[in-house]
Write a protein of this length. Sequence first.
Length: 422
Amino acid sequence: MQRMWRSLLVVLLCVSVSLAGGGKSLWAQKPFGVNLCGAEFDSVFPGRYGTDYIYPTASLDYYAHKGFRLVRLPFRWERIQPVLFAPLDSAELARMRHFVDQAAQRGMQVVLDMHNYGRRYVGSTPVIIGSPAVPAVAFADCWQRLATVFRSHPGIWGYGLMNEPHDQLPEAPWHLLAQQAINAIRQVDTTTPILIAGDQWSNATWWWQYSDHLRLLVDPAHRLIFEAHVYFDDDFSGRYDESYDQEGAYPEIGVDRVTPFVEWLQFYGLQGFVGEYGVPDDDPRWLEVLARMLTYLQEHCVNGAYWAGGPWWGEYPLSVEPDENGDKPQMGILEKFLFTSDSCVVAVSQKTDTQDPYPNPCRNVLTVPATPGSILTIWSVRGELIKRIVVPATQMIWVEALPTGMYVLRTAQGQAFLIVKL
């Protein structure tokens, strides 16, 4: 059934759907942004500020001038909270708060991204979260403390719980760690969106295989945003250690790799974000790959953040930090994609507690969850009214005359359901 639905997914131009309990329109334009790196650098903890790591506050002016309104800020758990269950480090917190303050002053917002890969260093050893030395409740404790500080800050776009979790413990899988953090955050902050990274490196292409279960996470505020990452080299890593041709690249590779994630979002009516994508600056064909993927994301109302900017990248080929020669080649593409479309391609509203139409897909008859005697309308996926029906006492309607395709049923109570007519 899942394969059938995925193969039949088409665009739906939505004009009246909003997030349950959130107040933000699903079709509202969302900002694209950039990762500004430095606070996560090095594996020496806590490290020396200005030598081992830095907050890239000085880079904000450049990206604000380019029109970006979103920044993803990678940081390390070991620095913001050196001792488990202890208060946040005051000096590190001051640096983080200063960065967010400065972003807000420039009309930008920040995703706080805990860049720990599902681990925390204990001494010189990375220890998987959920083990006795780094219990899951400690992870939730840190996020509750961060949310307490930043819950009302206008410069915060969302909390990125964890960058690229992978190979977690069987007794402490990623979805359980995420749920504990959600619960802890919502005790002190009921409004800020929470970004849920995909399992197994957040790979967009493998989303159905490794991250489908994340849709079962529960957020009482209904403010979850699911985060995928996508790169276009042959091993999906973003290293790009061979040429364009040797990597097996082609113009649509970016679209092809991110499509499974976007289709998953549409299938379940969920919100998404592509937290990392990037291309090297050594072949203009990579720029076409980037542009085509961003066009696809823009049209489907999924925003993201380019990897990466920040003042310490040096000769890193994916960097978009300007140098003595000015803008990097990738910036010529990125500055054309500052927001998603204002008429985005999304799925119908998130599922409610009501019963879905049955059967779905259907052929001739459909049982609908609508009040007998009320008016049910059937719409095309382009927003065209196809038919008005008075719901009979049996709640069964005949649809044999509808051509094969996908339609939207709308009840008099404002509920919307996506159906497939075979």
